[in-house]
Write a protein that binds this ligand. Structure first.
Ligand code: NAD
Length: 248
């Protein structure tokens, strides 16, 4: 497989940390972003400063036309993709399921599930050794919420991440003979801006006492798990998951 990776939602947080770690290990990076172009360019410049090629590619991962255009640009400007990290994800404000509306549920599944599906499909089409590709690796970023359910807060989010886990398992078996590995990372409470987006900027501090390791994790710690699964370091793993939740 080539050393070219597409990381979705890579303008900040876990995605940006993964972009920089991959670059340090010699990978060229396509930095996907939905709206924050300036932040994406900062990540691109940081990758380039490490001596690797990088491009910022705008696409809402839930929009099929934008995803197709993103992959076409990567084909042209970077070359054949060796890895995909499905990292883009959203969480909404804490709410009981009985109070949620359809728009919220749809937005959650459109971004987290449909977006991961569209990008995985385009990556497989390019990586498949059965179709002239050179094989590759896909890492889907899920959440410990998929196993915990997130009652009274984010049942929609937890359900969307569980859907991603099932897709990871099924796709792993489906494309193993085509030279593609598919694995998942389930982060726990990680210090990123996603908690502010979900209306709980202090969430990690409030809940860290309940984490067996006694603290929230960092984006860099999750990037290590993602990188291990996306690279040949994990060459005998497919359909596998790393639970990076500090024991939670
Ligand atoms: P973050 O909010 O910093 O990163 C998410 C990124 O996804 C952002 O850059 C956002 O712009 C992007 N994004 C959102 N919708 C998009 C769309 N439609 N198209 C393209 N990009 C889009 O948060 P993070 O913590 O770095 O999250 C990264 C991943 O890790 C997410 O999938 C999240 O669900 C998962 N995760 C995070 C935690 C945590 O505690 N931080 C825990 C478990 C799982």
């Amino acid at each position: 497989m080539t050393s070219i990776v597409l990381i979705t939602g890579a303008s900040r947080g876990i995605g940006a940390a993964t972009a920089l770690l991959a670059a340090r290990h010699g990978w060229d990076v396509a930095v996907n972003y939905s709206s924050n172009e300036a932040a994406a360019h900062t990540v691109v410049q940081a990758v380039q400063a490490l001596g690797r090629r990088a491009i910022a590619v705008q696409a809402d991962v839930a929009d099929e036309a934008q995803v197709l255009a993103m992959f076409a640009r990567i084909d042209q400007e970077l070359g054949r993709l060796g890895a995909l990290v499905n990292n883009a994800g959203v969480v909404d404000r804490a709410q009981r399921l009985q109070d949620m509306d359809m728009a919220r549920w749809r937005r959650m599944f459109d971004t987290n599930v449909l977006g991961s599906f569209l990008c995985a499909r385009e990556a497989v089409r390019r990586m498949s050794t059965a179709e002239g590709g050179a094989g590759g690796s896909i890492v889907n970023v899920s959440s410990r919420a998929a196993c915990l359910g997130s009652a009274n807060q984010y049942v929609d989010y937890a359900a969307s991440k569980a859907a991603i886990d099932t897709m990871t398992l099924g796709l792993a078996h489906e494309v193993a003979a085509q030279g593609i590995r598919v694995n998942g990372v389930r982060p726990g409470l990680i210090e990123t801006d996603i908690h502010a987006s979900g209306g709980q900027p202090d969430r990690v501090q409030r809940l860290s006492a309940g984490v067996p390791l006694g603290r929230g994790g960092t984006a860099d710690e999750i990037a290590q798990a993602i990188y291990w699964l996306m690279s040949d370091l994990s060459s005998y793993c497919t359909g596998s998951f790393i639970d990076a939740g500090g024991g939670r």
